[in-house]
Design a protein around this ligand. Sequence first.
Ligand code: DX5
Ligand code: ZN
Length: 220
Amino acid sequence: MDKPILVAPSILNSDFLKLADTVRVINDSEADWVHMDIMDGVFVPNISIGFPIVDAVKKISIKPLDVHLMIVQPERYIQRFARSGASGITVHFEACTHLHSTIQEIKSIGCRAGVALNPHTDVGLLKPVLKDLDLVLVMTVNPGFGGQAFIENSYTKVKELREMARSINPALVIQVDGGITDNNAGRLVKVGVDCLVAGTHIFSSDDPAAAISRLKRLER
Ligand code: DX5
Ligand code: ZN
């Protein structure tokens, strides 16, 4: 049987005054990971959350933390996010001067190593490091904000990446993030996605746990 689809709710656009309730909803749901978006106001035009919030979520989350670093020079903070309890750390291709060594560092501290690609970045650029990666995040919006519209060209990128990974790294997890809803998730899974990140879709729904379950039930 195929591996089930992974779902990682992004807390970015949830109500931060009710963060503990949100984490409990995720705990009690079928979600696999909690996706945490770290933005520095330099790599992306927005500033989101930092260590105090990651530490606070870690205290009550029973789901592993999936940390998405939208920051310049992410290598400076790998150890620090691992100490805050990250299970997976994803850095941006566009932000790393020495990507190979950054990937090795993430793996050496026992975290799942991910690389994210902005919408304009060709998946072929990852070929030299693909074998070393646990996860590739294909950004389906320009990073920086929740609630943006899904970019249609993402299907083609996911297909190309799945094809490339088939021979080089068949266990690679392909993740998508940005504008994911019931309208595009099914087709994304069919073209090769393993992990769906969704924020606005889940937390603007009347029943976040049900929205998570619907994504979990998608078939490849
Ligand atoms: C965008 C972030 C996403 C975002 C999720 O820069 O990486 O994780 O919060 O997007 P929506 O809200 O569109 O699901
Ligand atoms: Zn993200």
